[in-house]
Design a protein around this ligand. Structure first.
Ligand code: SAM
Length: 346
């Protein structure tokens, strides 16, 4: 069998994407964030960033006229599901479906990705244990800007709950975002772009900013440049707590980005107990009162999350400190367990 690196087959002669857009009069719709990539070198580069997809199960989000789709099918995945909201692209996608039918099963779903359950698309995949090698599943897409941030938050939640595509294991994502959004996703502590999205992405995934595509490469040209970002779910997420709780906490703290983090954190508690509980939170988490939200490290956010959980559950029916320490030791990044083995005395 050819090595996975070498697989890059030639497609049968097809009209170019540009010709098809003209032929079918596929005028880009702003409300669907349609900006098409016509340059094959760039679509190849995006697909290459996803790593080996030979014989894999791939889902492409928003294929549009099919530029990235062509680069995907050249690499011979076993199955390709394309999810596109705009039915005008059906003829151009059917053309590609026909072109690759001898080696790739291509399914076309004309629907909104927001309502599409990726679990259904990958029914033929044998689930992989989360802690073993990732399953042969890749999610790829030049995402519509209008849904990209919302979509990545939903998918991070699915990663945290091991549902959807992540019920099969640690499926990878290679996606485009507005350049600033991509920078936020990877921003380290202290970086000017550090925000809620940075912490949420880095809690659950290994995030990598691959390269920038200038806005001029798209038709029509968007007002911004575009980032290609890969996300690989972590074997051990930095935090193993309910996604919604973590999201609420991180969002509340970043709501007052330029103030000390303690100001935002105080909004987590009812007004009457605010001062005492916020002080307790910061003491439990061993944090300085003069750190600003964007300066907090992921580990410090983890400590706040667990301290917050502890405070919320301090009632007769809640778990004991011992039980919480056990949860932490089992699920936390090993580097943090030393901290959590310290007594939690106030
Ligand atoms: N992949 C193509 C390319 O790179 O040239 C098109 C990318 S364009 C930025 C985004 C695509 O996503 C469009 O085809 C658009 O119709 C589609 N789209 C927008 N909203 C969508 C949604 N909610 N669900 C699925 N597709 C969507």
């Amino acid at each position: 069998m050819a090595s996975s690196r070498a697989v890059n087959i030639r497609l049968p002669p097809l009209p170019t994407v540009r010709d098809l857009v003209k032929l079918y009069r596929l005028r880009a719709l702003r409300q669907l964030s349609q900006n098409f990539l016509m340059d094959e070198r760039l679509t190849d580069k995006i697909v290459k960033a996803a790593g080996n997809i030979y014989n894999h199960y791939v889902c492409e989000v928003g294929p549009g006229p099919g530029g990235i789709t062509r680069s995907i099918i050249k690499r011979c995945p076993k199955q390709l599901i394309v999810v596109e909201k705009d039915p005008r692209f059906l003829p151009t996608l059917e053309l590609l479906q026909e072109a690759c039918k001898t080696y790739t099963k291509m399914d076309i779903e004309i629907q909104d990705i927001v309502n599409y359950n990726l679990k259904d698309g990958f029914k033929d995949v044998q689930p992989h244990n989360w802690f073993e090698a990732p399953p042969p599943i890749n999610i790829i897409g030049n995402l519509p800007f209008s849904v990209s941030t919302n979509l990545i938050c939903r998918w991070l939640q699915a990663v945290s709950e091991k549902t959807s595509a992540w019920s099969y294991g640690r499926s990878s994502m290679t996606l485009t975002f507005q350049k600033e959004v991509g920078e936020r996703m990877v921003a380290p502590p202290g970086h000017k772009q550090r925000c809620r999205l940075s912490v949420m992405c880095q809690f659950w995934c290994d995030v990598s900013y691959k390269f920038t595509i200038p806005g001029t490469a798209f038709v029509p040209k968007p007002d911004v440049d575009v980032a290609v970002v890969t996300l690989y779910p972590l074997k051990r997420p930095m935090v193993d707590l309910p996604f919604k709780m973590v999201e609420k906490l991180v969002r509340t703290i970043f709501n007052m980005r330029q103030k000390y983090a303690i100001r935002g954190a105080s909004r987590l508690f009812p007004e009457e107990d605010r001062d005492i509980l916020t002080a307790k939170l910061f003491k439990l988490a061993d944090l300085s009162y003069t750190t600003r939200p964007f300066q907090l490290t992921n580990e410090e956010f983890v400590r706040i999350c667990y301290a917050y959980k502890l405070i919320c559950e301090e009632n007769p029916g809640g778990p004991t400190i011992d039980q919480l320490a056990k949860i932490r030791k089992t699920h936390l990044n090993p580097a943090l367990t030393t901290y959590y083995s310290k007594p939690l005395a106030l």
